[in-house]
Ligand binder design. Sequence first.
Ligand code: ATP
Length: 210
Amino acid sequence: MTYVVGLTGGIGSGKTTIANLFSELGVPIIDADIVSRQVVEKGSPLLAQIAEHFGHGILTEQGELDRAKLRQIIFAHEAEKQWLNHLLHPAIREEMLRQLQACQAPYVLFVVPLLIENQLTALCDRILVIDVAPEIQLERAAKRDQNHLETIKNIMKSQVSRDVRLSYADDIIENNLPFERGLVQLQQQVKHLHTLYLQFAEEKQCQKQS
Ligand code: ATP
Protein backbone atom coordinates (compact mmCIF):
# COMPACT_ATOMS: atom_id res chain seq x y z
CA MET A 1 0.00 0.00 0.00
CA THR A 2 1.14 3.55 -0.65
CA TYR A 3 2.50 5.67 2.23
CA VAL A 4 -0.49 6.99 4.21
CA VAL A 5 -0.47 10.31 6.05
CA GLY A 6 -3.51 10.61 8.30
CA LEU A 7 -4.66 14.20 8.73
CA THR A 8 -6.94 14.96 11.64
CA GLY A 9 -8.06 17.77 13.91
CA GLY A 10 -11.15 18.92 15.80
CA ILE A 11 -14.20 20.53 14.26
CA GLY A 12 -13.30 23.76 12.45
CA SER A 13 -9.55 23.31 13.02
CA GLY A 14 -8.74 23.76 9.33
CA LYS A 15 -8.45 20.18 8.00
CA THR A 16 -10.10 20.98 4.67
CA THR A 17 -8.15 24.22 4.32
CA ILE A 18 -4.81 22.44 4.83
CA ALA A 19 -5.78 19.38 2.76
CA ASN A 20 -6.49 21.80 -0.11
CA LEU A 21 -2.93 23.16 0.18
CA PHE A 22 -1.56 19.60 -0.17
CA SER A 23 -3.93 19.01 -3.08
CA GLU A 24 -2.50 22.08 -4.83
CA LEU A 25 0.87 20.28 -4.74
CA GLY A 26 -0.69 17.29 -6.52
CA VAL A 27 -1.21 15.06 -3.46
CA PRO A 28 -4.27 12.78 -3.75
CA ILE A 29 -6.79 13.09 -0.92
CA ILE A 30 -9.05 10.41 0.51
CA ASP A 31 -11.63 12.15 2.65
CA ALA A 32 -13.62 10.10 5.18
CA ASP A 33 -16.61 12.46 4.93
CA ILE A 34 -16.77 11.90 1.17
CA VAL A 35 -16.40 8.12 1.53
CA SER A 36 -19.21 8.05 4.11
CA ARG A 37 -21.47 9.70 1.52
CA GLN A 38 -20.31 7.44 -1.32
CA VAL A 39 -21.28 4.21 0.47
CA VAL A 40 -24.93 5.34 0.70
CA GLU A 41 -25.25 7.03 -2.65
CA LYS A 42 -28.37 6.55 -4.76
CA GLY A 43 -28.74 2.96 -5.95
CA SER A 44 -26.25 1.50 -3.43
CA PRO A 45 -27.11 -1.72 -1.54
CA LEU A 46 -26.62 0.07 1.79
CA LEU A 47 -29.12 2.77 0.91
CA ALA A 48 -31.62 0.02 0.04
CA GLN A 49 -31.08 -1.54 3.49
CA ILE A 50 -31.56 1.83 5.19
CA ALA A 51 -34.79 2.45 3.26
CA GLU A 52 -36.03 -1.02 4.18
CA HIS A 53 -35.30 -0.43 7.86
CA PHE A 54 -36.59 3.16 8.23
CA GLY A 55 -39.17 3.15 5.41
CA HIS A 56 -39.01 4.91 2.06
CA GLY A 57 -39.80 8.23 3.78
CA ILE A 58 -36.09 8.36 4.58
CA LEU A 59 -35.41 9.06 0.89
CA THR A 60 -35.80 12.37 -0.90
CA GLU A 61 -37.99 12.64 -4.00
CA GLN A 62 -34.82 12.10 -6.03
CA GLY A 63 -34.19 8.78 -4.28
CA GLU A 64 -31.27 10.06 -2.24
CA LEU A 65 -30.75 9.72 1.50
CA ASP A 66 -32.51 12.46 3.44
CA ARG A 67 -29.66 13.12 5.86
CA ALA A 68 -31.48 15.70 7.95
CA LYS A 69 -34.35 13.27 8.57
CA LEU A 70 -31.97 10.43 9.40
CA ARG A 71 -30.04 12.68 11.79
CA GLN A 72 -33.29 13.57 13.61
CA ILE A 73 -34.22 9.91 14.03
CA ILE A 74 -30.87 8.73 15.31
CA PHE A 75 -30.51 11.75 17.58
CA ALA A 76 -33.70 10.71 19.35
CA HIS A 77 -33.21 6.91 19.29
CA GLU A 78 -29.94 5.46 20.53
CA ALA A 79 -30.81 1.93 19.34
CA GLU A 80 -31.39 3.22 15.79
CA LYS A 81 -28.10 5.06 15.92
CA GLN A 82 -26.35 1.85 16.86
CA TRP A 83 -28.11 -0.11 14.13
CA LEU A 84 -26.94 2.47 11.59
CA ASN A 85 -23.37 2.54 12.91
CA HIS A 86 -23.16 -1.25 12.75
CA LEU A 87 -24.26 -1.11 9.15
CA LEU A 88 -22.14 1.83 8.02
CA HIS A 89 -18.86 1.68 9.91
CA PRO A 90 -17.55 -1.59 8.43
CA ALA A 91 -18.64 -0.52 4.94
CA ILE A 92 -16.95 2.89 5.27
CA ARG A 93 -13.77 1.28 6.58
CA GLU A 94 -13.74 -1.25 3.74
CA GLU A 95 -14.27 1.44 1.10
CA MET A 96 -11.52 3.62 2.62
CA LEU A 97 -9.14 0.66 2.50
CA ARG A 98 -10.10 -0.09 -1.08
CA GLN A 99 -9.38 3.52 -2.09
CA LEU A 100 -6.10 3.58 -0.14
CA GLN A 101 -4.98 0.34 -1.78
CA ALA A 102 -5.91 1.59 -5.24
CA CYS A 103 -3.78 4.71 -4.81
CA GLN A 104 -0.71 4.82 -7.05
CA ALA A 105 0.84 8.10 -5.89
CA PRO A 106 3.97 8.10 -3.66
CA TYR A 107 1.80 9.06 -0.70
CA VAL A 108 -1.83 9.85 0.02
CA LEU A 109 -3.41 12.25 2.49
CA PHE A 110 -6.12 10.45 4.46
CA VAL A 111 -8.37 13.15 5.93
CA VAL A 112 -10.42 11.80 8.83
CA PRO A 113 -12.06 14.04 11.46
CA LEU A 114 -12.50 11.08 13.86
CA LEU A 115 -9.23 9.30 13.05
CA ILE A 116 -8.41 8.70 16.72
CA GLU A 117 -11.97 8.24 17.98
CA ASN A 118 -12.67 5.54 15.35
CA GLN A 119 -9.28 3.85 15.77
CA LEU A 120 -8.18 4.39 12.21
CA THR A 121 -4.66 5.43 13.19
CA ALA A 122 -3.48 1.87 12.49
CA LEU A 123 -4.07 2.48 8.78
CA CYS A 124 -1.59 5.38 8.81
CA ASP A 125 2.17 5.51 8.49
CA ARG A 126 2.25 9.01 9.94
CA ILE A 127 -0.18 11.35 11.65
CA LEU A 128 -0.52 15.05 11.02
CA VAL A 129 -2.64 16.97 13.51
CA ILE A 130 -4.09 20.40 12.79
CA ASP A 131 -4.08 22.22 16.08
CA VAL A 132 -5.94 25.36 16.97
CA ALA A 133 -6.85 27.07 20.24
CA PRO A 134 -10.36 26.02 21.36
CA GLU A 135 -11.72 29.58 21.38
CA ILE A 136 -10.61 30.12 17.75
CA GLN A 137 -11.97 26.71 16.77
CA LEU A 138 -15.33 27.61 18.31
CA GLU A 139 -15.45 30.98 16.60
CA ARG A 140 -14.52 29.68 13.11
CA ALA A 141 -16.81 26.64 13.23
CA ALA A 142 -19.75 28.72 14.46
CA LYS A 143 -19.19 31.35 11.78
CA ARG A 144 -18.87 28.79 8.97
CA ASP A 145 -21.92 26.71 9.88
CA GLN A 146 -24.00 29.55 11.36
CA ASN A 147 -24.42 27.22 14.28
CA HIS A 148 -25.08 27.98 17.91
CA LEU A 149 -21.96 28.02 20.07
CA GLU A 150 -23.61 25.37 22.28
CA THR A 151 -23.94 22.96 19.34
CA ILE A 152 -20.26 23.38 18.45
CA LYS A 153 -19.25 23.03 22.11
CA ASN A 154 -21.17 19.74 22.32
CA ILE A 155 -19.46 18.43 19.18
CA MET A 156 -16.09 19.46 20.63
CA LYS A 157 -16.92 17.57 23.83
CA SER A 158 -17.80 14.43 21.84
CA GLN A 159 -14.37 14.49 20.16
CA VAL A 160 -11.09 13.53 21.84
CA SER A 161 -9.45 16.30 23.84
CA ARG A 162 -6.78 18.52 22.32
CA ASP A 163 -4.11 16.87 24.52
CA VAL A 164 -5.06 13.34 23.54
CA ARG A 165 -5.12 14.30 19.83
CA LEU A 166 -1.71 15.94 20.09
CA SER A 167 -0.29 12.85 21.81
CA TYR A 168 -0.90 10.92 18.55
CA ALA A 169 0.79 13.53 16.35
CA ASP A 170 4.00 12.90 14.42
CA ASP A 171 3.63 16.36 12.91
CA ILE A 172 1.58 19.37 13.97
CA ILE A 173 0.40 22.36 11.98
CA GLU A 174 -0.76 25.23 14.16
CA ASN A 175 -3.58 27.14 12.51
CA ASN A 176 -4.16 29.95 14.99
CA LEU A 177 -3.21 32.94 12.87
CA PRO A 178 -5.86 34.43 10.58
CA PHE A 179 -5.23 33.96 6.83
CA GLU A 180 -4.06 37.58 6.39
CA ARG A 181 -1.17 36.91 8.75
CA GLY A 182 -0.68 33.16 8.53
CA LEU A 183 -1.42 31.82 5.05
CA VAL A 184 2.13 32.13 3.70
CA GLN A 185 3.45 30.32 6.76
CA LEU A 186 0.87 27.55 6.32
CA GLN A 187 1.89 27.14 2.68
CA GLN A 188 5.55 26.93 3.68
CA GLN A 189 4.83 24.33 6.35
CA VAL A 190 2.81 22.25 3.90
CA LYS A 191 5.63 22.41 1.33
CA HIS A 192 8.15 21.34 3.97
CA LEU A 193 6.00 18.40 5.10
CA HIS A 194 5.34 17.43 1.47
CA THR A 195 9.10 17.08 0.88
CA LEU A 196 9.41 15.06 4.08
CA TYR A 197 6.51 12.74 3.20
CA LEU A 198 7.93 12.12 -0.29
CA GLN A 199 11.18 11.10 1.37
CA PHE A 200 9.45 8.77 3.86
CA ALA A 201 7.38 7.27 1.06
CA GLU A 202 10.50 6.52 -0.93
CA GLU A 203 12.15 4.94 2.11
CA LYS A 204 9.10 2.72 2.66
CA GLN A 205 9.22 1.70 -0.99
CA CYS A 206 12.92 0.80 -0.70
CA GLN A 207 12.29 -1.24 2.47
CA LYS A 208 9.54 -3.20 0.69
CA GLN A 209 11.86 -4.02 -2.19
CA SER A 210 14.82 -5.07 -0.09
P1 ATP B 1 -14.80 20.42 9.96
O1 ATP B 1 -14.17 19.31 10.70
O2 ATP B 1 -15.82 21.09 10.79
O3 ATP B 1 -15.29 20.05 8.59
P2 ATP B 1 -12.28 21.60 9.15
O4 ATP B 1 -11.33 21.16 10.17
O5 ATP B 1 -12.23 20.94 7.80
O6 ATP B 1 -13.72 21.62 9.74
P3 ATP B 1 -12.09 24.10 7.69
O7 ATP B 1 -13.42 23.88 7.03
O8 ATP B 1 -10.87 23.99 6.87
O9 ATP B 1 -12.00 23.17 8.98
O10 ATP B 1 -12.06 25.50 8.44
C1 ATP B 1 -13.16 25.93 9.24
C2 ATP B 1 -13.51 27.37 8.89
O11 ATP B 1 -12.45 28.21 9.34
C3 ATP B 1 -13.65 27.62 7.39
O12 ATP B 1 -14.64 28.60 7.19
C4 ATP B 1 -12.28 28.16 7.00
O13 ATP B 1 -12.32 29.00 5.87
C5 ATP B 1 -11.87 28.92 8.25
N1 ATP B 1 -10.43 28.94 8.47
C6 ATP B 1 -9.58 27.90 8.51
N2 ATP B 1 -8.32 28.31 8.77
C7 ATP B 1 -8.38 29.65 8.90
C8 ATP B 1 -7.40 30.67 9.16
N3 ATP B 1 -6.12 30.38 9.36
N4 ATP B 1 -7.82 31.95 9.21
C9 ATP B 1 -9.12 32.25 9.02
N5 ATP B 1 -10.10 31.34 8.77
C10 ATP B 1 -9.73 30.06 8.71
